[in-house]
Every structure is written in C-alpha cells, then in structure tokens.
Design a protein around this ligand. Sequence first.
Ligand code: GLY
Length: 431
Amino acid sequence: MTDVLIVGATGGREAALEQAIKLSKNVNKVVVFKDLKEGLKQFSDSKNKPFVIIGPEHSLVDGLADDLRSQGYKVFGVSAKAAQYEASKAATVQLAIRAGVTHPNTYIAKGANFAKNALKYVQDHNANSYVIKADGLAAGKGVYLPDTKQESLEIVNGLIDGSYAGGAGAKVINFAMRRRGPEVSAMVVVGQSPEDYVILPLSQDHKRAKDKDKGPNTGGMGAYAPVPSSIVSAGQYKKIDDMAAKLLAQMHKDGIEYKGGVMYLGLMMDEKLGGDPTLIEINVRFGDPETQVILPLLNYAGVDVYELLYIAATKGGIKSYMNNYGAIKNYAAITVCLAANGYGYTDTPQKGDVIYGLNNKYSGVTVQMASVTNNGDIKTNGGRVLYVSAAAKSVKDAANIVYKAIGDKPDGKKIFFNDMQYRHDIGWQAR
Ligand code: GLY
C-alpha cells in the first residue's frame, strides 16, 4: 500500500485527482497540499516516502519534480527542462517547427528590439488576423484576441510594461496566426520513454461563460469526453497520435526527456485544414476542468488511475497497461462548473454564499470543490466554486445525471447557492 501526496492548490483538478486516486486498492492515504513541507509532514510517521503527484505547472517549471527525485521520491510530474514548453510558448513553436508538427505560423518578438518589433507587428497587421500570447506563465491569462489595432496596441503596451498577464510577456511576445475551428484537449500520459505514451480520451473545455458559447472567456465552465467523430474523425485522431509521437521523439533528440508526467496538447481542428489538428499549445500538467471528466471516465471504465500514474512515473509500460482497457471508448463523462456571480466579468466575484445540498447522495455524481471555505457551513470563496461531474455510457446520460443534481433554490434537495451561474449546455457537441 502506498501513500500519495498531491501537491497543488485545492482546486477542481486536484480534487478530481484525489478522488480518483482514493479509489485504488493499492493506496493507503491521499492528501492534497499546496505547501510541500506541510504535505510531507502528514507522512512523518510512515517509514515509506509518499508517491508525489504534482498538480500545477509553476511547481514543475520551478523544478519541484527534479528536487524530489533527487531526494529519492517517486514523482509524477515532468522535469523543469521539460516544463519549458508551458513556460515559453516560443519554445513550443520552435519545437513544433523542428518536429514537423502543424501549428499556426507565429512571429516571435524577442531580443534587444523586442518592444519595437512587437509594436511594428501590430502596426503592420490586421488585429483580427493574429492571437497575442505572452510568453511566460500567466495562469491562463496571457492569450488575447484583439478586434482592433487600438485594442491590440493597448495589450502589447501592457505586456511590454509588465502590467498585463502578471508580467508574462514583458520580454517575449508571440503573434500566432489566428485559426478557426473547434478546440480539443489531448492529455497524453507519458511513461519512461518517448514511445511509451497513452492519449487519454479527447475532451473539450467550454471556456465561454454563457450557453451557446456566449459571454467572456473564463478558466473553463465545464468539459466533456470523449469528443465525437464529427469533430475528430479516425483519420484526424491518427494525426493527433502522430503529433504526440513526433513531439516526444523531437524532445528526446533535443536532449529533453519528457517522462513520468502529462503532456497536454491544446489543439484546434482547423477549418482551413479540413478539420485537421493544429497545435495551439503544450501544457505540462493535467487540464482543468478536463481532469474532472477524464479521471471519472477512467474510473468508470475500471482503470486504476493511481496505478497508471505510478507505472508512468516509475518502470514505464503504460501503453501495454492501458491495452487492458479497450472498453474506455464506450464510456463518457461531463463536468459542470457552478461559478459565483460575476465570474468571468469581474476579478472579484461574489463570495460567502452558503452552498446547499452537498450532504445528499446523487447517484453517479461526484463533486469537486474548488473555491470554498468550510467553517461549519460550506461557503463560496471564489470564481469557480465547484464542479458537478458524472460518467455514464454516453455524454447524454452523463449530462442527465449531472443536471439533475443542480438545483434552483436553497431547499437542500439539490446543489445550489445564491446567484450561482453555470452553463446548461455542457457537452452539447455530443448530446
Ligand atoms: N482547460 C485548459 C487548461 O487546463 O489549460
């Protein structure tokens, strides 16, 4: 039996990891801690070191996985060197070029004349022909789709002076040609060699705040998996698989061992390419909220998520391990985010509302807490408050299960808090 420490802020992703890992018959105790030292203290009585799963990208970029491995811990999470692809979008573009992987043409403003070149790019191009991407880590906030030159100038000046995207983009700004088409997330668990990887079921995040993809972009209002063949055909899936293989092989050739972690490929099924995939970004950790659908789906299909991650992090061989689970393709899952009033519209969404209905059992439903306080009553404490998730035989069935657990009044019969906002159409693409 193993103990497991998940390092990361308590959020939907970490809650989903905790729930999935707890289901393993091989796991003794699981805890989630933002602070590594505090987390390790929970196991001070144990003679064995816990298996450590690292949630957020910044810890990986800061080299936490390397540090822990050098101290003899078994760790799921990639090295700092490998994490550069999330830390720098320019590094991903350069990797994609070397690997021969389709990606949007990108102008990278950097170096001595960085600011001058970035502003010249804005002057010379139509604002709606490109996407502006700050180069560093920006907690999902460094991507901009300007409509006008004026707007673009404001963004680029804000990036240059460090007042936008938390300072990411103050040295390097990427201008990626704007593409159109549905976005798809491919989370690839990588074992101990470039060939040893498994693509988890493809999913789609729903970034806009309102139904029918209206309203502002958010961190993600829900997700579903798998993606139907009307969006990713068998031929297009093969291209995604080729892309993963080429990227891992190229990293290996470049002397970067991407292993024992997740490679999240943010893809667009590009209308101009007949719906074929183009690589938008690489993230080096599980997606949020995609994890809230993928892990329940794996559990539903009988996969021991702990075992999968442990094998990936240690001896490798996940491709053959997952071959035992061919039936995954017969299952589906969705997750719906219940967000606080103002989320997506203001930086200070409403807090402090009591959340009702959490003590009930909703058949087939799991709830992942993200931004809550728990001092007697469980109350809202931020934008994305919690996720309601379910897995079933189809997206439609999973959606029915989830939406039945969400209420519209504080009677305690269903999950509800005052002024909550959520999307009613998560997974519409597959329902
Ligand atoms: N759902 C997008 C991300 O995790 O980056």
